[in-house]
Design a protein around this ligand. Structure first.
Ligand code: HEM
Length: 184
């Protein structure tokens, strides 16, 4: 099996982890809506713990993914896109991968500075390690808000690019990310 991306194709690991991350993110956002609507405190806490677990999985997968992205070739683009678009889309993709490492750290740091651990299902938790500090929490929360807004803008651009390639340019960019073998 091809373990690393090369100039001609993504590795199956990249393809699987790309969609694992996209689905984990969707699950985290859906859980956030469910947490807001939970009718009991016990129900709310078990959803929070599940969301924390998804965040931990996302974080661990993203460390590998970011490393793999910056240490392997990005396959050549499908078709003949404008080089500026290629540079922008690749920079956005790397920034998205990095954000999935940094944003979970910011959530953990914010909770730690508030004196809370990050609870997980089964009574486990990620220790706080940082001192309780209201000023630190405020700084981390501002950084998180800026990072999360930039991330959402980048993600919107990324998804727009994928849909434009698929529906407007009618090329195999999206199908390649879904595992289709594309000859370049
Ligand atoms: C519906 C959601 C998404 C769609 C349709 C989508 C689509 C794509 C496509 C088509 C590519 C291949 C681009 C190319 O050929 O160069 C790609 C690559 C990439 N995407 Fe997404 N994507 C989505 C969500 C995400 C999310 C949530 C992230 C990260 C948070 C992400 C990060 C990346 C990265 C880093 C790459 C480069 C390949 C890699 O290292 O995985 N994408 N995406």
């Amino acid at each position: 099996m091809q373990l690393r991306d090369n100039g001609l194709r993504f590795s199956p690991i990249t393809v699987v982890l790309h969609w694992v991350v996209a689905l984990s993110l969707l699950a985290i956002l859906s859980l956030q809506v469910m947490i807001g609507q939970a009718s009991s405190e016990a129900g709310r806490m078990s959803l929070v713990h599940l969301q924390n677990l998804m965040g931990l999985i996302l974080f661990l997968v993203s460390i590998y993914r970011f490393w793999a992205r910056i240490t392997a070739y990005h396959p050549l683009p499908v078709g003949t896109p404008n080089p500026i678009e290629v540079i922008i889309s690749r920079s956005v993709a790397v920034a998205l991968a990095l954000a999935m490492v940094l944003l979970p750290v910011a959530v953990w740091a914010s909770r730690a500075a508030a004196g809370e651990g990050v609870g997980l299902p089964g009574g486990f938790s990620i220790p706080a390690l940082l001192p309780t500090n209201a000023a630190l929490k405020q700084v981390v929360d501002v950084l998180f808000d800026i990072g999360a807004s930039a991330f959402l803008a980048g993600l919107a651009l990324h998804v727009f690019g994928a849909l434009k390639n698929h529906f407007l340019l009618k090329n195999n960019t999206l199908k390649r990310m879904l595992g289709k073998h594309v000859e370049l």
